[in-house]
Design a protein around this ligand. Sequence first.
Ligand SMILES: Cc1ncc(COP(=O)(O)O)c(C=O)c1O
Length: 340
Amino acid sequence: MTNDPTTDPFSAPFGSLFGDSMTVANLADGSYAYSGAAQAMESFSLHPATHALHYGSTCFEGLKAHRQADGSLAIFRLDDHVERMRQSIGRLRMPVPESDLIRTMIIDAVEANASFTPDAPGSLYIRPTLIGTAPNIGAAAAPSDQAILYVICSPVGDYFAGGVRPLTIYVETKVPRTTPQFGMVKSGANYAMALGPTLDAKRDHGADQVLFAQGDDITETGASNFFMADDDRLVTRHLDESFLHGVTRNSVIQLAADLGYEVEERPITVSELASWNGEVFLSGTAAVIAPVGTVVAGDARVTVGDGQPGANTLKIREALTTLLTGDAPDPYGWRTAVNG
Ligand SMILES: Cc1ncc(COP(=O)(O)O)c(C=O)c1O
């Protein structure tokens, strides 16, 4: 861990730098107790039988605060991330904190770490986390009745080493990203399940990400949502419980509609992707909008367009990034101003 303010977030790996403060609330007797202020960032001491370490009673969120054009600081779509965190906690069958508690803990953590926020295109990545801490290895079939809810912050540059560059994605049609009942949960177990296929695709196909398309049904990658675009249309998989409902996905759909694109939320097959005569990109808080230059599907290695970021992708990306940084108006109230 480093919180040396002189370390450059643009050259450090994403998520490897941290602010010096965090907020913490402890669950006991069914309710979460928060001291009401940020404290120094420090390690936890956990019992070796901690529930989360054995039975996966843990989930998290990922959102960002951006330095604004006028020098102020704003969190993007705070309430949407708070509600998704509550949904994840509920699906882990753990006591769900009030929205206001998570919201306040995030704002307090950001304000305490505000000085670590790099200028755009960098940002302060915010990681609210819940871990079940009941010291009980007999509780495999019971939720943890003790937990720590905490928020840490990480100054970040670009998610993908090399900045905005066209990615190579490998289409995985057999192995699922996660289980049906956990598709919408932002839990570590999902990422552990996607890791093997992603490493294999990197080794065998030089892929940056795996696009999961079990049974020919394209859903999302291990860490981002999936889009196809051309001059008129924006196409993405319709929502159901099988994948994470990205907040960026929702923002992209709204902004593209405002730009005049016809938005289609519907099933997408691998053959439609392989023959798509347009652009492909991924969306997520960490990756923002990442253009795809190559799709590897079965034996085929398909170059998307001319292999470079497409004009529509860059146009939609620009609409999003100017909104993140306060360079564009905020008609939907997506920015929450905080001190710092
Ligand atoms: C599996 C998965 N899908 C999609 C996303 C994109 O979601 P969001 O735009 O809310 O960051 C993420 C990143 O959080 C993710 O981990």
